[in-house]
Design a protein around this ligand. Sequence first.
Ligand SMILES: *[C@@H]1O[C@H](CO)[C@@H](O)[C@H](O)[C@H]1NC(C)=O
Ligand SMILES: *[C@@H]1O[C@H](CO)[C@@H](O)[C@H](O)[C@H]1NC(C)=O
Ligand SMILES: *[C@@H]1O[C@H](CO)[C@@H](O)[C@H](O)[C@H]1NC(C)=O
Ligand SMILES: *[C@@H]1O[C@H](CO)[C@@H](O)[C@H](O)[C@H]1NC(C)=O
Ligand SMILES: *[C@@H]1O[C@H](CO)[C@@H](O)[C@H](O)[C@H]1NC(C)=O
Ligand SMILES: *[C@@H]1O[C@H](CO)[C@@H](O)[C@H](O)[C@H]1NC(C)=O
Ligand SMILES: *[C@@H]1O[C@H](CO)[C@@H](O)[C@H](O)[C@H]1NC(C)=O
Ligand SMILES: *[C@@H]1O[C@H](CO)[C@@H](O)[C@H](O)[C@H]1NC(C)=O
Ligand SMILES: *[C@@H]1O[C@H](CO)[C@@H](O)[C@H](O)[C@H]1NC(C)=O
Ligand SMILES: *[C@@H]1O[C@H](CO)[C@@H](O)[C@H](O)[C@H]1NC(C)=O
Ligand SMILES: *[C@@H]1O[C@H](CO)[C@@H](O)[C@H](O)[C@H]1NC(C)=O
Length: 575
Amino acid sequence: MMGVFHILKVAALAACAIAAPVEERKSGKGPKSFLTEVGNSTWVLGNEIWNVTQGRQYANKLWYKGKDRVGQAVGHYVSYNGAASDLNWTSAAIFDSGSSWINVKFTAKEGDFHWVIHDDLAGAYQYFVNHALPRLGEFRTLWRLDNTSFPNGHTDVKDGVLPPVEEYATATNVQDETWQTADGTFLTKYDWSSFIRTQTFYGVYGDEVGSWYINPGKDYYNGNHLKEELMIHRESKTGDAVQLNMIHGTHYLASASDDFADGKTWGPWLWYLNDGSKDDASQRWEEEDKSWPYEWFNDTGYQSRGSISGRFVLSDGRPASGAAVFLGDSNSNISTADQGRDYYYTVYADNGGNFKIDNVRAGTYGLYAWSNGGSIADVATSFVKNDVVIIQNEENSIKTLNWTVTDTKSRIFQIGSFDHVTDGFALSGPTPFEHARISKCPANLTYTIGASNTSDWCFGQSALGTWSINFNLSSIPSSAAGAKLTASLAGFSGGSSANILLNEVKVGNITTNSALLVSSQDTYRGATRAGEWRLLEFPVAGGLLKEGNNRVDIKVTSSTQWRGWLWDSIVLEWV
Ligand SMILES: *[C@@H]1O[C@H](CO)[C@@H](O)[C@H](O)[C@H]1NC(C)=O
Ligand SMILES: *[C@@H]1O[C@H](CO)[C@@H](O)[C@H](O)[C@H]1NC(C)=O
Ligand SMILES: *[C@@H]1O[C@H](CO)[C@@H](O)[C@H](O)[C@H]1NC(C)=O
Ligand SMILES: *[C@@H]1O[C@H](CO)[C@@H](O)[C@H](O)[C@H]1NC(C)=O
Ligand SMILES: *[C@@H]1O[C@H](CO)[C@@H](O)[C@H](O)[C@H]1NC(C)=O
Ligand SMILES: *[C@@H]1O[C@H](CO)[C@@H](O)[C@H](O)[C@H]1NC(C)=O
Ligand SMILES: *[C@@H]1O[C@H](CO)[C@@H](O)[C@H](O)[C@H]1NC(C)=O
Ligand SMILES: *[C@@H]1O[C@H](CO)[C@@H](O)[C@H](O)[C@H]1NC(C)=O
Ligand SMILES: *[C@@H]1O[C@H](CO)[C@@H](O)[C@H](O)[C@H]1NC(C)=O
Ligand SMILES: *[C@@H]1O[C@H](CO)[C@@H](O)[C@H](O)[C@H]1NC(C)=O
Ligand SMILES: *[C@@H]1O[C@H](CO)[C@@H](O)[C@H](O)[C@H]1NC(C)=O
């Protein structure tokens, strides 16, 4: 990926990589940022504002504003598949440098982790270049920091004090990283989750210092618009303040397991230190966002970018207003949520169905679109076009994309919008994450088409009981061979199952452990707005429907607490 010149330069530097900048520093020339090897696989790197002591696995000291900000905590590391595999650094060297910056490369057998340190920057740009990562689901970099310096956490949906570790000690563990306190409330790290692609700045902070992640661009992340991740949390065993950078994550997904090409690069993002000011971190996000893609990042693949634009028109003539548009894998049988081996772009079309994505890495993509509600909330079908080629420095324009939709005149009823989220249903808000909120949805519910309101349907279903939909048919169209029932789920955590009945005859099912419905880690981890979306379609024999009153029942036949499904929409239509 790097030019030949670079490889030679690294080789030439290898012998004196560490000593040279120190000499330059003494002579007053060259960068003040430094990397020093202190022996026994230990290095100190930083500038005059901060410095980090990096061991074979962990960077366990961070000097900033007169104190070590790691303290008793673990520090900085890079790991995959949960905490199972922390990378081991076999060497470190200055990979590149300018008059006021250095690019430090730590090498592990899986790949290289870089810190780009500028003399006047509190923090560093960081990136990882894959060479031999195994197939994995989770891959992350993180800071586990001193909890007295960093008592608070911030994401775009939550801000406040991280619950003290003492509270965990007196509470009862009820599931994966979730505790119930004596007063019945829950403590869970998943409260500190968010949607990663709309994230601006996030991190941990206190009165003296703040440590933030600012990830502009985001094309190296896996998943689509609704990709959720754990962002920060209190480490429940040690009390560390944890700042996560889930660059490939699965916390809310079903099966995001990927192999990566040699050279796949995550980042650069900015790890940013300040005095704890959220306003300052926010301003820094604005600056970084404007500067993306970074001109200074001298990497051929990263700099080779073009744009794509086009207009989506539905086959019934309507513009695909506000549609979610995703540029991902070409000719893939993996859902957009679970795609993650390469680079991914997410935008929304305008009211006229037009979209444009700038700064796409050159390559071959699949172009996908689906309804994001609004005036096309009736659209259940998705659009896909494979083999879309993005050419460097070219505006790749596709004039009209014809998106086949079904005739809405055939609709018997629809509850909720096709938008892949629970918005509009009871209890879907106000926050997108809350452990056990699904237990507040009723076991039994009756919804009458023509009389009930969308907000009478609840966002998630789990409890044993029946949700009934009553509807009237004035006549049975002679042209209809039968009907189709569509259950669009915004998420599904296995453990609960249901039968779907029409006039007391089973026509469909939502079944745990079925090949069609792999469990995802969304509903039980308190996702209330979205998780991994699935579309279930069931044919209905025409003879089951009759003039006058009819009823669809979603009858939960087995239930596991907090597990079940999030509703996106439910539709019955003639076919
Ligand atoms: C070298 O580091 C290892 C682990 O990082 C430690 O166990 C060992 O005591 C260190 N040796 C010296 C001489 O500092
Ligand atoms: C790291 O920072 C501390 C505190 O400012 C300082 O005492 C120490 O000398 C620095 N380390 C290096 C190698 O510059
Ligand atoms: C790093 O080394 C430790 C042993 O010190 C080992 O347990 C761990 O598996 C290694 N990490 C990887 C990713 O191989
Ligand atoms: C901070 O961590 C220490 C252990 O290093 C723990 O004793 C203390 O309770 C933690 N503080 C909070 C607020 O969780
Ligand atoms: C990248 O680095 C090489 C070698 O230093 C240089 O020749 C080239 O102009 C640089 N490219 C960019 C885009 O900065
Ligand atoms: C779009 O495709 C449908 C069939 O899927 C076809 O009937 C219709 O004519 C097409 N519209 C345009 C504008 O090409
Ligand atoms: C996709 O196709 C591959 C290869 O044909 C197969 O192994 C895999 O199971 C399929 N995945 C899904 C989600 O259908
Ligand atoms: C439906 O519910 C919404 C949200 O609660 C409310 O604003 C609206 O007035 C309700 N409409 C009817 C017809 O009850
Ligand atoms: C739900 O309805 C069934 C059938 O009427 C009834 O047996 C059950 O007690 C109800 N559950 C709740 C929680 O009300
Ligand atoms: C559930 O529905 C699917 C069709 O979506 C069908 O293939 C499967 O056999 C059904 N399973 C049960 C247990 O009824
Ligand atoms: C449904 O149809 C039945 C019989 O045709 C009628 O008595 C009833 O009033 C209708 N209900 C609604 C809500 O239209």
